[in-house]
Design a protein around this ligand. Structure first.
Ligand SMILES: CC(=O)SCCNC(=O)CCNC(=O)[C@H](O)C(C)(C)COP(=O)(O)OP(=O)(O)OC[C@H]1O[C@@H](n2cnc3c(N)ncnc32)[C@H](O)[C@@H]1OP(=O)(O)O
Ligand SMILES: O=C([O-])CC(=O)C(=O)O
Length: 377
């Protein structure tokens, strides 16, 4: 008899050279490079080259990546018009799904080795345009197309906020883009892989991934974690809130726990460091204080079960300190993860392709005699 792996735990669906995770030790590497080294030393564009082409780029290769991105920010105007038709209070990821579906109507490219990675660079550029305009349209501002600048992060922040971002903000945005780039095969990447396995187009794969990312157990957790901090209101309320909600009502502590990490998520450590550097206003300092106290109580209660902060626990404070409202957090995650999704589907379709079609174990009645409608009770 076949065994069911609930939640596909420890099921390997592909080989990868992209991302290595040691969940026991809390190690994360892209292409063999420790996440800490990449965040400290690299631009997101260098990580784009690493994920798509397998190596950190030399200057010439980096220049080419940047050029390709810089010339691809434009999207067909009807895509923006469709976004403008959506209500201002539309969910940000639902807006992204709509935009990427619309893009799929224009760019229904067949898979072609030698062209797939160029397509991926175009999609990464257009993702910046879409996410910047999710914010702008929700805020009632006119659409804007990112302009080339020194970096992808800077172009994105400039287009989003129509202002010159500080060096610190660009640095934090660049770090967030790298930290969220890839995480092997979480739910969203698996959704993208399933879609790619039918040889559907790349934009449609992104739509599948976005839909899976949105849920609070996955990418939606950063918004959920931050909402907890807001609900708690004051550091002095942390313990009471935790006892009432997590202990008594058995609600999950959002931004805690992970299928693979059985220790502190290495990305959470880095996000925490950025949060501590960026939280300067009294309001963001208070939120950080709440988060740190909640982390302590969470670890005291759940550490024994190997449940620790994950990447979504502190990322919201970083995004909030840059100036983003809570509703943008999952879209910012998506902006970065588009690279991981694309790198994985290209790796799969180019080197390991086969239709993904698992089985369900039938447990219903084996055979029943048909009863006509008039004879049913
Ligand atoms: C970028 C990301 O996607 S990171 C993950 C973001 N998601 C969150 O932060 C949401 C909160 N966390 C969770 O719900 C979980 O930890 C998940 C979904 C991320 C992973 O969970 P799984 O590996 O599927 O574990 P599962 O859901 O089976 O839980 C196992 C046990 O741990 C408990 N548990 C897991 N996470 C938490 C949590 N955050 N708070 C309280 N209890 C938890 C469960 O209640 C369960 O307890 P039980 O065995 O006594 O019933
Ligand atoms: O790996 C997972 O299941 C979720 C996660 O942390 C991510 O996608 O970054």
């Amino acid at each position: 008899m076949s065994e069911i792996s609930r939640g596909l735990e420890n099921v390997f669906i592909k080989a990868t050279s992209l991302t290595y995770i040691d969940g026991e030790k809390g190690i994360l590497r892209y292409g063999g490079y420790n996440i800490e080294d990449l965040v400290r030393n690299c631009s997101f564009e260098e990580v784009i080259h690493l994920m798509l082409y397998g190596d950190l780029p030399n200057s010439e290769q980096l220049k080419k990546v940047k050029e390709r991105i810089n010339e691809s920010y434009n999207v067909p105007p009807p895509v923006i018009r469709i976004m403008e038709e959506l209500p201002h209070d539309a969910d940000a990821i639902a807006m992204m799904e709509t935009a990427f579906s619309a893009l799929a109507s224009y760019y229904n490219y067949p898979w072609k080795k030698g062209e797939n990675k160029e397509r991926a660079l175009e999609i990464i550029a257009k993702a910046s345009t879409i996410v910047a305009n999710v914010y702008r349209l929700k805020e009632g501002q006119k659409p804007e197309i990112p302009e080339p600048s020194e970096s992808y992060a800077k172009s994105f922040l400039r287009a989003t906020f129509s202002r010159e971002p500080s060096e610190e903000e660009v640095d934090a945005m660049n770090a967030a883009l790298i930290l969220y780039t890839d995480h092997e095969v979480p739910a969203s990447t698996t959704a993208a892989l399933v879609t790619s396995s039918t040889l559907s187009d790349m934009y449609s794969c992104i739509v599948s991934a976005l839909a899976a990312l949105k849920g609070p157990l996955h990418g939606g957790a950063a918004e959920a974690a931050f909402s907890q901090f807001l609900e708690i209101k004051d550091p002095s309320n942390v313990e009471e809130w935790f006892n009432e909600n997590v202990i008594k009502e058995k609600k999950r502590l959002m931004g805690f726990g992970h299928r693979v990490y059985k220790t502190y998520d290495p990305r959470a450590k880095l996000f925490k460091r950025y949060a501590e550097e960026l939280a300067r206003t009294p309001e963001s300092k208070k939120i950080l204080d709440i988060a740190e106290r909640l982390e302590d109580i969470g670890i005291k209660n759940f550490g024994e079960k190997k449940i620790y902060p994950n990447t979504d626990f502190y990322s919201g404070i970083v995004f909030y300190s840059i100036g983003f409202p809570v509703y943008m957090f999952t879209s910012l995650f998506a902006l970065s993860r588009v690279l991981g999704w694309l790198a994985h589907i290209i790796e799969y379709v180019e080197d390991q392709h086969r239709l993904i079609r698992p089985r369900a174990l039938y447990v219903g009645p084996i055979k029943r005699d048909f009863i006509p409608l008039s004879s049913r009770n």
